[in-house]
Design a protein around this ligand. Structure first.
Ligand SMILES: [Zn+2]
Length: 403
């Protein structure tokens, strides 16, 4: 393939990718809108759009009135059934597997709590994931050939699960491209790509419970850092003099100060009266609804346990805002859905920042019970949106051994 050929493919890919992103985020987009937004001629847009319609990537839909002239103009949409992706997420307690269309809409979902399994190790989970993936496809009449990719989102520090091995084996056994990333980063992609809420290309996405993680989104990309560890807000050092222990091996880091495990220990020390706040000790689940109402009543013991923790958390959020200059901080986790807890944290962030910085903490509208949404967004970026659903013809010569 000539150098010129490669370049024109790159340009084509970029234009198609841009078209898909405009269609994903907008409504009733016409060829003229695309030409205006992309700064390309109408003829140029028409050529690309025709090709994409021919391939079934986009479709023409109903028409709309064009001003008062009585002429209709055709609008365009992404063909949501062009292809599908599978998404898998591993958390500390369960796995979620889902299948979605190219618009990120869930078609079917499967969840498995580890506590109901005889063993939790790589090989048995792999067999389960492969079986259930094939079942989800069969159950929804989806042919494996229309699956564009498989995304995996995982939390750090999983002890018995080798995510890399699972990734390699899924690719081998299902013959599907597999992409994996940290769960928080994957969820931030879902927030960015598939929710109409306060669109921004510069924000911080923070996930709390269990564990605490952050994705730093700048100019629409997630910052990885040297070792893919950028954004580990949970392991920033807050109080090194406190002898806490954390899975990261450090003392006094934020996650160890605000972790559910620590909260449960403090609640147990209060005697029987606060035990009802612990919903499940082995899985570190706290009844935040009850915590919220006790905080609303300004119950002194509940305040003494939670207020200092939320102060630590707010301080770190404020410092992150100062460091990364985001448009807002989007928070995800069941605690934030409790109004008193949310306002305690966001008010405190406002206090720390003062009047010169007007960055708000906002609540994510992503489904809390479906962390695999992130895995789907990850797979869709790689297999559909970033490459404009463009399949390059592979030059046979490139695959031959060097002479
Ligand atoms: Zn830590």
């Amino acid at each position: 393939m000539s150098k010129k050929g490669l370049n024109s493919n790159e340009v084509k890919k970029r234009n198609r990718s841009k078209i898909l992103r405009i269609l994903r985020n907008g409504i009733e987009i016409s060829r003229k809108d695309l030409s205006d937004q992309m700064g390309l001629t109408k003829a140029g847009i028409s050529t690309i759009v025709s090709e994409m319609i021919e391939e079934g990537v986009i479709i023409e839909t109903g028409s709309q009135e064009n001003g008062g002239l009585g002429r209709n103009r055709v609008t365009l949409e992404i063909n949501k059934n062009f292809g599908y992706v599978l998404g898998l997420s591993f958390t500390e307690t369960h796995l979620t597997l889902l299948i979605s269309n190219v618009l990120g809409q869930t078609i079917d979902l499967y969840t498995q709590d580890y506590s109901q399994l005889e063993t939790v190790e790589t090989e048995s989970l792999l067999t389960l994931v492969i079986d259930k993936s094939l079942y989800l496809l069969w159950n929804n009449n989806i042919d494996k050939s229309s699956v564009l990719g498989f995304g995996i989102g995982y939390i750090g520090g999983l002890k018995n699960i080798d995510v890399k091995k699972i990734e390699i084996e899924i690719k081998k056994r299902l013959n599907i491209e597999v992409f994996s990333d940290n769960n928080v980063k994957a969820l931030a992609m879902s927030q960015m790509d598939f929710t109409p809420q306060d669109k921004s290309d510069n924000f911080l996405f923070v996930k709390y419970g269990p564990g605490l993680g952050m994705a730093i989104v700048q100019n629409g990309s997630i910052i990885n850092g040297f070792d893919k560890r950028a954004g580990e807000i949970g392991h920033t050092i807050i109080a090194p003099h406190l002898e806490t222990s954390c899975r990261c091996g450090r003392k006094g880091c934020l996650e160890s100060l605000i972790s559910e495990k620590g909260i449960i220990k403090d609640l147990e020390e209060q005697g029987d009266s606060y035990l009802s706040l612990i919903l499940d000790k082995s899985r570190s689940i706290i009844d935040y609804q009850q915590v919220n109402s006790l905080l609303e009543k300004e119950d002194p013991i509940t305040l003494s346990i939670f207020q200092p923790r939320y102060e630590h958390f707010s301080k770190s959020l404020a410092n992150s805002i100062i460091l990364f200059n985001p448009e807002y901080v989007c928070v995800y986790g069941s605690i934030f859905n409790q109004s008193k807890i949310f306002s305690m944290i966001s008010d405190s962030v406002d206090d720390y920042l003062g009047t010169n910085t007007n960055v708000k903490v906002i609540l994510s509208n992503l489904d809390l019970n479906n962390s695999a949404l992130g895995s789907v967004a990850l797979a869709l970026r790689y297999t559909f949106y970033n490459n404009g659903a463009f399949k390059e013809t592979i030059d046979e010569n490139l695959n031959s051994a060097p002479i």
